[in-house]
Design a protein around this ligand. Structure first.
Ligand SMILES: *[C@@H]1O[C@H](CO)[C@@H](O)[C@H](O)[C@H]1NC(C)=O
Ligand SMILES: *[C@@H]1O[C@H](CO)[C@@H](O)[C@H](O)[C@H]1NC(C)=O
Ligand SMILES: *[C@@H]1O[C@H](CO)[C@@H](O)[C@H](O)[C@H]1NC(C)=O
Ligand SMILES: *[C@@H]1O[C@H](CO)[C@@H](O)[C@H](O)[C@H]1NC(C)=O
Length: 198
């Protein structure tokens, strides 16, 4: 947490430093973000840093399944804790609030592969597709390693489209709810990312 605060302060200062010459460019695009929305512009200037905060609804069984196991391998012993070599494809709903029936703000589409033979960790490739608000039509791509047993995981933002062109940043994710009976997990995401508008 301290590390995060320090890096945010650093980002804020570097924005103040570089913002002056191009400050007028921000005025051309109305900023409709508010404190209560799921996104927040935390830095304006030549490079804007946005903070996105939302939940991923991962449903693995029942009529509304959005995450499917497509392959597993004999290399993982049955009931293996690492589930090594298992592959899943998902098209999970993104919501601003943690409840499953909350308004949809986008989808996360991609695949995960259990890729660690010693601990439960997945290698993932995810596209966050936003369908609401000023980010409607823009995407953020995350590729990285997610060690599921850790309370908080950090994932790299490797690119984006729309207002996230040239995106750089990172995501912090935690498991908000894990319902092993209903086969449903809610993941909380905070993404700190460069964007071309505030
Ligand atoms: C965004 O804010 C501007 C200026 O306050 C307003 O004119 C515009 O209608 C708003 N747009 C939306 C989609 O709320
Ligand atoms: C599946 O989704 C529909 C539409 O959102 C909802 O009415 C229904 O209750 C859901 N079913 C389950 C088992 O969650
Ligand atoms: C998002 O953009 C699509 C395509 O431009 C449009 O049809 C849709 O109404 C927009 N949704 C919102 C919530 O603004
Ligand atoms: C959850 O998944 C397990 C294992 O795939 C399955 O046996 C069980 O029926 C599922 N639970 C529900 C509520 O669908």
């Amino acid at each position: 947490m301290e590390k995060l605060k320090t890096s945010l302060i650093f980002l804020t200062f570097s924005c103040i430093f570089i913002s002056t010459p191009t400050a007028h460019a921000d005025k051309q695009i109305p900023d409709n973000g508010t404190k209560n929305s799921w996104f927040e512009n935390i830095c304006k200037g030549r490079e804007n840093i946005a903070k996105l905060h939302f939940y991923v609804q991962d449903v693995r069984s029942g009529p509304n399944t959005t995450a499917f196991n497509v392959a597993s391998s004999a290399v993982a012993s049955p009931g293996s804790l690492t589930r090594f070599a298992e592959v899943n494809v998902l098209d999970d709903k993104l919501t601003a609030a943690p409840e499953l029936d909350s308004e949809e703000i986008g989808r996360v589409q991609g695949l995960t592969a259990s890729a660690d033979m010693r601990v439960r960790a997945i290698s993932l490739s995810l596209n966050f597709v936003f369908t609401s608000g000023k980010y409607n039509g823009s995407t953020i791509t995350i590729v990285g390693r997610n060690q599921l047993g850790d309370k908080q995981r950090e994932l790299p933002v490797v690119g984006g489209t729309g207002i996230f062109r040239f995106a750089r940043g990172y995501a912090l994710t935690t498991t908000y709810l894990n319902d092993a009976v209903a086969n449903r997990t809610v993941l909380e995401y905070s993404i700190y990312v460069t964007s071309t508008i505030g």
